[in-house]
Ligand binder design. Structure first.
Ligand SMILES: O=C(O)CCC(=O)C(=O)O
Length: 308
């Protein structure tokens, strides 16, 4: 499925778009199963090491990590963000439905990024609340004017009470606002004096739906005040014509001559090619290759432009 002209227009006008019912249980269950297995394995290890009283195996996906986190945050800290990289995650990143929609916005040569995040927003856990930022705040300034597309994908229904996302619409055509590092939980946050005076939109998304964002769309997420873990993933795609640290199978830079600066829109993590008409032989189709790319990548810093 491609985005319709109306959906494309809405995305470009508002800076975000919700596509309901894009993914089925068949698309999402492999990654959910993989997370459940990881939680189960790690819970048993924590019981064995004396950090956890019991594995809470009677609890399901929506509640087990909350019970565990009430005793120890070790499991949460070991799986959140981009730490897991199993076949289920690779399957989601390369899901043709997501890549097809991305093609409507970034073109047919598509790089996916290891800047994917797993977010188990455990009820009332302060680090689950992400402050107002633009993803470009984290990226290289050279990519400010390009589109790095984010898919925000809930793995359970994401309601306002469960801490869904909020966005500021119609300001993504402007510049990247000044960011600073938030105290205590070191997320980047737009400095208060630069926050656009525009009413935020709260964006609930049901499981199966996706929220698309640009890298200059200010967004945040709100507190989870329920008893259900708001599991979600956010994935990122860009045109292969932009700076990328992807190396072909034989280790060559993707661009010839190589793009010197910057090496990628987000140099700390590895890129990989997910679709190409020009160089189909360079597309990463196997999980083992994806995993090797991520594990062997030599992380590089982003150009410092805020106080971090
Ligand atoms: O999922 C969240 O709570 C925040 C996600 C986010 O900030 C992002 O995708 O950039």
């Amino acid at each position: 499925m491609k985005l319709s002209p109306a959906q494309r227009a809405e995305f470009h006008r508002e800076g975000y778009l919700v596509v309901e019912d894009l993914l089925t249980d068949e698309d999402l269950q492999p990654v959910i199963d993989e997370i459940n297995e990881e939680v189960d394995r790690r819970a048993r290890e924590l019981v064995a090491s004396g950090d956890l009283s019991r594995p809470y195996e009677e609890e399901g996906f929506e509640t087990r990590l909350t019970r565990i986190t009430a005793e120890t945050e070790k499991l949460y800290r070991g799986i959140y963000s981009g730490q897991l990289s199993g076949p289920g995650i690779f399957q989601l990143l390369t899901n043709p439905k997501l890549v097809d929609l991305a093609e409507s916005l970034v073109g047919p040569e598509i790089i996916a990024s290891s800047v994917y995040r797993l977010r188990p927003k455990v009820p009332r856990l302060p680090s689950g609340v992400v402050p107002w930022h633009q993803d470009s705040g984290y990226f290289e300034p050279a990519c400010d004017d390009a589109l790095v597309l984010t898919y925000w994908i809930p793995l359970v229904d994401a309601t306002p009470e469960r801490g869904c996302m909020q966005v500021i619409p119609r300001v993504h055509q402007g510049r990247v606002f000044r960011h600073t590092v938030q105290p205590v939980i070191p997320y980047l946050v737009i400095v208060p004096e630069e926050m656009p005076p525009v009413e935020p939109v709260t964006v609930p998304v049901r499981k199966g739906g996706v929220l698309l964002l640009t890298n200059r769309t200010p967004h945040c997420s709100i507190e989870n005040v329920t008893d259900v873990i708001r599991w979600s993933m956010d994935l990122r795609y860009q045109s292969a014509a932009l700076p990328t640290n992807y190396r072909t199978d034989d280790g060559h830079p993707f661009h010839d001559p190589p793009d010197a600066t910057p090496v990628a829109c987000y140099p700390p993590e590895a890129d990989f090619l997910v679709r190409s008409q020009l160089r189909p032989w360079d597309v990463v189709t196997e999980w083992l290759r994806f995993n090797e790319i991520r594990k062997t990548y030599q992380s590089l810093p982003v150009t410092a432009r805020w106080d971090h």
